[in-house]
Design a protein around this ligand. Structure first.
Ligand code: SR1
Ligand code: MG
Length: 401
């Protein structure tokens, strides 16, 4: 039997032995079943269940290449950042992160709470399910995990130690390439465009000089603005939900970056769900999605302001008008990032099912063009987006055309 004192990529059977050896979670004689259930782009996710059916855990292990492509070589220690951030999120935003039971720096894996009573939000939204508490939960999560890790609230020396601790060069590099570069020029030649929209995309994205300049500015903002410890990949595939609960998983892309990166990802991915609902004529779902996007932005603003007032420690950050200036900048980044995420998930390597699963050709052509047109507005006019209504007004104008 493997000893787990030297790294190797586990198979289902190894994972069962591993969990028995490393934890006392299951009884020694329990009959365990293991399935690989991961559908993400990077790692392997195993669910281990006691056949008696009363206990289960998740084991997440990193391979030395990305699951989506062997050409993307990665060091396996990325699970450390993920485990550390999940533990921190569990403290900062109680009830919104899975519990981590163990992190193993040899096998490069972690064992954590099984959330299979929850569903991945993207999958549920593809079935047009609605979640009345989502906006409240995710706005709380963002404010409670982001603001406390900034210089506004944290001791500045401790924050600088954190910036170093959470350096995540390889995964940042993936975002710099996939979000901020390739969608605008295909310079690595791995953008697969939806054929009927190909020419339109070449003209509207690759050949739009103003757009590419603004994307370049945002790229350098992402690389150089160590504002807060961000989740770094806060899309609807990183959320586990029930009607009553929202848990945020997969912070492996976390690092000190701009707050707007997280907020913008949420806005973009909820917009994909809305556009998918629209393509299938699901009006009540579209209305819910529209209200949810609006509420996410407005509740974020409200909770951010309240949290700031209660927890600000930096003397200069207490100057009249500074909070408003800071929040305006966060919202402008959020709009810019929402636009970038919407472009890269249609044009770039890592696409989203919300769009690719639209079967009717005419509807998919329309859905992609709506998203990309809106994305361009989010990026170019990013300084004008402040409230939920600003985002929704732009969305409605683009959808009407
Ligand atoms: C190679 S990884 C592709 C994408 O999957 C992750 O979820 C991130 O969004 C990344 O950009
Ligand atoms: Mg992920």
């Amino acid at each position: 039997m493997a000893k787990f004192d030297e790294y190797f990529l586990m198979e289902n059977e190894d994972v069962i032995h591993y969990v028995k050896e490393k934890t006392s979670f299951f009884n020694e004689n329990s009959a365990l079943l293991c399935d690989e259930i991961g559908d993400g782009n990077l790692n392997y996710v195993y669910r281990v269940v006691d056949q008696a059916g009363d206990k289960s855990v998740i084991v997440k292990q990193a391979g030395d290449t990305a699951r989506i492509s062997d050409a993307i070589k990665l060091s396996t220690n990325r699970i450390k950042i993920e485990s550390d951030i999940l533990i921190l999120h569990g403290k900062l935003a109680k009830g919104h992160a899975p519990e981590v039971y163990l992190y193993d720096n040899v096998m490069n894996c972690c064992i954590m709470e099984d959330l299979s009573d929850h569903t991945i939000l993207r999958e549920a939204l593809l079935q047009f399910e609605t979640f009345p508490k989502l906006a409240d939960h995710i706005s709380t999560f963002m404010v409670q995990t982001l603001l406390p890790t900034t210089d506004v609230v944290m001791d500045h020396q401790e924050k600088k130690v954190n910036v170093k601790e959470y350096m995540n060069p390889e995964l940042c590099d993936i975002s710099e390439e996939l979000v901020y570069t390739e969608p605008f020029n295909d310079y690595n030649q791995r953008n697969e465009l939806f054929e009927p929209n190909k020419e339109w995309i070449v003209t509207e994205i690759y050949r739009d000089d103003v757009l590419r300049l603004e994307a370049a500015k945002l790229k350098f903002e992402f690389m150089n603005h160590a504002q807060a410890l961000i989740h770094g990949d806060l899309h609807t595939g990183s959320l586990f939900v029930t009607k009553e609960s929202t848990k945020v998983i997969d912070p492996e892309f976390g690092f000190y970056g701009p707050i707007g990166y997280d907020v913008g990802n949420i806005i973009a991915n909820l917009t994909f769900a809305l556009i998918h609902g629209d393509a299938y004529g699901k009006e009540p779902f579209v209305d819910w999605a529209e209200n949810t996007i609006m509420e996410v932005v407005d509740l974020f603003n409200k909770k951010f302001t309240a949290f700031w007032d209660e927890h600000v420690t930096d003397e200069m950050a207490k100057e009249t008008g500074f909070k408003e200036w800071y929040l305006d900048r966060v919202l402008s980044d959020s709009a810019g990032v929402a636009g970038l995420e919407m472009i890269r998930r249609i044009v770039g390597l890592a696409k989203v099912k919300d769009i690719t699963s639209i079967e009717m050709e005419a509807e998919r052509i329309r859905a992609e063009r709506i998203c990309l047109t809106l994305a361009k507005r989010f990026i170019k006019d990013r300084d004008t987006f402040r409230t939920g209504k600003d985002f929704i007004t732009a969305l409605k104008e683009v959808m009407k055309k």
